[in-house]
Design a protein around this ligand. Structure first.
Ligand code: ARJ
Length: 423
């Protein structure tokens, strides 16, 4: 661990800081909502006195969030939430900005938890998660911190599901805001963000042509739907697999072929799991895949592709390109695994574009503000951000893009609540 002045940190290489600052500047130029919040609250310092521990992918967009939290008065400590998603240049830049940052690309499991623990040394008053590993860590190993913690926030679907299960079990010891559930998060980040960044990750790792390929997306939730839409736009024939009838029906009516994975495994050229569930691709699927099949995951955890099965079937392995490993099976067929089965959009590309993260992180910022303001009065459990906030975030976003809206007249407002008129 090193220090600049007295701020402790651990990153891969401080010499990358200049490159990191350029990346963050680029992201800032595309994140008008977060930048307007920074400007608005820099004077007032509503987060003064708050110590925020964050556990979320260290990207250029996250750096813009961190700078904004700091500008509003918070002290910040940070770790990454995935061993393969840290941008080392961005981490170096943050270390030089006096952020207690513990993150580098390619961490092993011990380093991952060591980093989280260092952010907890600083006794946070607020926690900010993507995937809930930090919250789980506080509950499992550091319950003494409950005294200081007012509340937390959670970025992603998988984390929110787990926290709801924990709350239902009466085990969640402080209030948590489900940032994922804000419309300006899930309806943009999960759909358009995941759609573009996952294709970006697959392309950077393989450079294959999408046109004419059978692209199999497992899971037709918001993320799967975004990936299907973009793969279709690139000319692929898209197949979705589902367990939920309504989701399968939506896929079908959107022009996507639906079939069980046992059938899709035989015809797919490129596979992408987006389910949040484990064991989506297992031995019996690898057994029937075509020679040359590409398998990847965009879900939060790396359990969707069963790597134990794949490795057991593999007779030889070689890295062909960054984030692309060729597994040769006993019968000579080759399967290409991308980014070790970890989320391909962050491990092999740069995550969602800044324009989308602008809204997700405006919600994160507002969640921290809400907890600082009224967290002490919130019950332990999972809470949502107020709906008006979605409209405000969307309005600022549109304004920044120079897009105008119509306004209802008084007469129209009356009409909206008038139930006496018919044909
Ligand atoms: C930081 C990112 C980025 C990015 O909001 C997204 C989500 O729900 C995730 C699940 O782990 C990833 C997160 N995400 C996507 N892109 N976080 N910076 N550029």
């Amino acid at each position: 661990m090193s220090t600049t002045t007295e701020t402790p940190f651990k990153v891969a290489d401080l010499d990358l800081a200049d490159e990191g600052r350029r990346l963050i500047d680029w992201a800032e130029s595309r994140m008008p909502v977060l930048m307007s919040l920074r400007e608005k609250f820099a004077q007032e310092q509503p987060l003064a006195g708050q110590r925020i521990a964050g556990c979320l992918h260290v990207t250029k967009e996250t750096a813009v969030l961190i700078r904004t939290l700091k500008a509003a008065g918070a002290e910040v400590a940070w770790s990454g939430c995935n061993p393969l998603s840290t941008n080392d240049a961005v981490a170096a830049a943050l270390a030089e900005e006096d952020i207690r940052i513990y993150a580098w690309y390619g961490q092993d499991v011990d380093a991952f938890y060591w980093s989280i623990d260092r952010t907890l040394d600083f006794r946070p008053t607020l926690t900010l998660d993507d995937g809930a590993d930090l919250i789980f860590r506080v509950h499992a190993k550091h319950p003494g911190l409950f005294e200081d913690i007012i509340g937390g926030s959670e970025e992603t679907t998988t984390g929110v599901h787990r926290l709801r299960a924990m709350a239902d079990d009466g085990k969640l010891a402080y209030p948590v805001i489900a940032v994922n559930d804000a419309e300006t998060k899930w309806d943009f980040d999960n759909v358009y963000g995941t759609g573009q960044s996952s294709l970006d990750g697959i392309l950077r790792a393989t450079s294959v042509l999408f046109a004419g390929k059978n692209f199999v997306v497992a899971g037709y939730g918001h993320c799967g739907k975004g990936c299907a839409m973009r793969a279709k736009g690139a000319g692929a024939h898209v197949i979705a697999t589902e367990v939920k009838a309504t989701a399968a029906l939506k896929a079908l009516l959107e022009g996507v072929q639906v079939m069980p994975m046992d059938e899709a495994a035989k015809v797919g050229d490129i596979f992408l799991t987006a389910t949040g569930m484990k064991d989506i691709l297992v031995k019996r699927h690898f057994e029937t895949m075509k020679d040359g099949a590409i398998v990847s995951n965009t879900g939060h955890y790396d359990c969707e592709i069963n790597l134990t099965d794949l490795n057991e079937m593999t007779v030889s392995k070689r890295t062909l390109r960054d984030n692309c490993v060729e597994h040769t099976l006993a019968d000579g067929r080759r399967i290409y695994l991308l980014a070790e089965g970890r989320l391909v959009n962050l491990a092999a590309a740069e995550g969602h574009p800044s324009e989308v993260m602008d809204m997700s992180f405006a919600n994160q910022f507002q969640a921290m503000m809400m907890l600082a303001r009224e967290g002490k009065d919130l019950a332990n459990g999972v809470h949502e951000l107020p709906e008006e906030l979605d409209q405000e975030i969307a309005r600022i976003k549109l304004e920044a893009m120079g897009i105008g809206l119509d306004q209802l007249t008084e007469d129209q407002v009356l009409y909206a609540t008038d139930y006496s008129q018919g044909t």
